[in-house]
Design a protein around this ligand. Structure first.
Ligand SMILES: [Mn+2]
Length: 296
């Protein structure tokens, strides 16, 4: 089954309920053993690490990205989350990435995005996809456990911080998360859950009148973080650059902030359709240098 999905990911269309649950369970067991703050290090300065942003059910983009992976041969591949919702092939994309994880658990990694949550899936399409596919809602428990098992951010080569949305208001959150074991009820701890919520939802803002945090139009509790908040966070942890996803910047499909130290990538092409086209963008890390790759 796993081999078939990796060879022809479009064939997921015919996946049975029991095979779907089996893939979720197998990958969840691996994710649960990984910490909230994922430390990923290349084994030598020549080894490459590839970072991939939002996919949102865009299987053609994901297939192109897989071709890049096969060509570049990175030692590690990190997905920044937002695999499902909105696109035409949400189930296909999720199953494909979970199968990569099951097959090469030390090579492929996945962080939680704001769409790796049941509440958001209810409004943006993935729960509809699953109901249409399986005709029941028995997957709910398994999907929730999968989402709870995911890591929240990653430190690469000790210098590069990766997260889906951005930095939260509590600068100590990374140190706090480092001490926590994975648990199913993280989001019920109000101190931690607010900050984790911001990590998967926040956006940067580059404006001299906004040094710290301001409210974000996305919704209540969500912030935009300015240059001083960013600088203090980076100094606090000794990070050189930050790679995140979560926002799309047509037409170029990526955006640098804060003198090039923060890079936003987005890996689903033409996300808003043909009238606001964007290429898929990914980031390549080699010896702590970040290089942008644009997939036309
Ligand atoms: Mn997002």
């Amino acid at each position: 089954m796993i081999k078939k999905i990796l060879e022809s990911p479009f064939s997921v269309k015919e996946i049975s309920f029991s095979d779907f649950i089996d893939i979720i369970e197998k990958s969840k067991i691996i994710f649960e053993k990984e910490p909230y703050v994922l430390k990923l290090n290349a084994s030598s300065p020549q080894e490459k690490i590839l970072i991939i942003g939002d996919i949102h059910g865009n299987l053609p983009s994901l297939v192109k990205i897989k071709e890049k992976i096969d060509k570049i041969k990175p030692e590690i591949v990190l997905f920044l989350g937002d695999i499902v919702d909105r696109g035409l092939y949400q189930l296909e994309c999720l199953c494909f990435i979970l199968c990569l994880k099951i097959t090469e658990p030390e090579r492929y990694f996945l962080l939680k995005g704001n769409h790796e949550t049941i509440e958001i899936n209810r409004y943006y399409g993935f729960l509809d996809v699953l109901l249409n596919q399986f005709g029941n809602t028995k997957y709910m428990k398994y999907l929730l456990e999968l989402y709870n098992s995911l890591s929240l951010c990653s430190i690469i080569n000790k210098k590069i911080f990766c997260v889906h949305g951005g930095i939260p208001e509590d600068i100590e959150i990374i140190n706090k998360l480092k001490k926590l074991d994975k648990k199913p009820n993280l989001m019920s701890d109000p101190e931690i859950s607010n900050e984790v919520f911001q990590m998967i939802w926040n956006d940067p803002i580059e404006h001299e009148t906004t040094p710290y945090f301001v409210d974000n139009f996305r919704g209540e509790g969500i912030k935009r973080f300015g240059y001083k908040a960013f600088e203090e966070f980076m100094v606090h942890y000794g990070f050189k650059s930050l790679i995140r996803s979560h926002e799309i910047f047509p037409p170029q499909g990526y955006q640098y902030f804060f003198n090039g130290r923060l890079l936003t990538i987005f890996s689903s092409n033409n996300y808003r359709g043909q009238f606001a086209p964007n290429p898929a963008t990914i980031a390549l890390i080699e010896d702590s240098n970040v290089e942008l790759i644009i997939i036309q």
